[in-house]
Write a protein that binds this ligand. Sequence first.
Ligand code: NAD
Ligand code: ZN
Ligand code: ZN
Length: 369
Amino acid sequence: MKAILLERPEHLSVTSIAEPKPPAPGEALIRIHRVGICGTDYSGYLGKMPFYSYPRIPGHELGVQVVTVGERVTNVKPGDRCSVEPYMNCQQCFACRRGNSNCCESLKVLGVMMDGGMCEQMIVPARKLHPSPKLTMEQLALVETLAIGCHAVNRGHPQPGENVLVIGAGPIGLSVIEFVKLSGARTLVLDMKAQRLDFAKSKMGVDHTILSKGDGKEVALSPQTLLSPTDRVRGALGGEGAVSSALEELKELTDGVLPSVVIDATGSNKSMSNALNFVAHTGKLVFVGITTQEISFVHPLMHRREMTLLASRNALPPDFTRIIKLIEDGQIDTRPWITHHAQFEEIIDVFPAWLKPETGVIKAVMHVT
Ligand SMILES: NC(=O)c1ccc[n+]([C@@H]2O[C@H](COP(=O)([O-])OP(=O)(O)OC[C@H]3O[C@@H](n4cnc5c(N)ncnc54)[C@H](O)[C@@H]3O)[C@@H](O)[C@H]2O)c1
Ligand SMILES: [Zn+2]
Ligand SMILES: [Zn+2]
């Protein structure tokens, strides 16, 4: 059967692989219909993804149909249309025993650390399948991206009426925005690219956007600033030039309080280091974006505000169930999301183009069958 192989960075090809064996107990054989492409795939393609190994069949955002199931499978049956939770966990380590299958100690993500869904059929543990009779294959493929945002917002746990700042309005930031909106909190979005903010405004109904230089000026806080009871950056830094207009804008938008939850979805260590400046006293900062570089900040910034710093990795099974229901009930509109399509073989040519910002890709989807 056909598959797409990333032999090494920047070398994608159509290849032929063996048909899967019949499913063992607890497993299901699935036919892949749609594969969503995301930043992880682009980074893997460019050789910039630290957890990625080669050669690799990519694909972790999947809309699939069950072909056959092994013994003792009760949650799905042949013919069921499903979204796939692509996080393969050991079920035995400390995190798994606590129900945190999203951050198993030996976690393997399909299409990243093991071969994924850019092929016709594959075997997966049936427990990783989340069925829906109503969702289209494209919507099923989108569930995983939404799950990343859902989990990040759950980590920050905003309350109705609170101000939540989302930094970075790429696909992950947009998925965060969906769930901030559902929480009843007020959504503020900051990015360096006007195009991304325009999308958040026009397509996602965000009212407040802030265009930032992303220069991390706030990091240069002086000791006086840190000791000042009101965090007045302006005077302490001794000049208008050093003052972050983004910080000023945020203060204005929040009656001087700043957002009580900040979720950084940039993947930029500069932004993540700087993000502490944007958090209200007693507030929370969630890192959903990933960097391999060092994040640094002066400790009083965190201490004085008694800030809670949280990581957010992947998502949990109930997130998938919840998202499927939200799309089924029309509470999440998936129409703005999918901006680009390609047929199976076309992917080889279009993939490098999708890396370019001018193509305006939010979510591209590959059609397998
Ligand atoms: N937590 C998880 O499990 C998980 C899952 C998937 C992806 N991710 C990570 O989420 C991050 C975002 O993914 P994406 O696909 O949306 O990426 P993206 O590159 O499409 O979007 C990032 C956005 O952040 C903006 N940005 C960058 N630096 C900035 C700065 N200094 N200030 C303000 N805005 C800035 C960019 O303009 C862009 O719009 C990546 O790091 C990715 O690896 C995390
Ligand atoms: Zn993804
Ligand atoms: Zn585990």
